[in-house]
Ligand binder design. Structure first.
Ligand SMILES: [Zn+2]
Length: 54
């Protein structure tokens, strides 16, 4: 078992995230109907946390 980027290859089959309309990243969750990156579908504001580093 390996950790890190190579293990991403095991992520196959079910697709939960599609490209977000607002931030352009593939972090829009289809079932939750919100973006994990910018919060699109969750709130009108951008998802942002104080602990986030720019
Ligand atoms: Zn987004």
């Amino acid at each position: 078992m390996t950790k890190g980027t190579p293990s991403m290859g095991k992520k196959s089959g079910k697709k939960n995230f599609i490209r977000c309309r607002r931030c352009g990243k593939a972090t829009y969750h289809i079932r939750k109907k919100k973006c994990a990156s910018c919060g699109f579908g969750n709130s009108s504001k951008l998802r942002k946390y104080s602990w986030q580093k720019k």
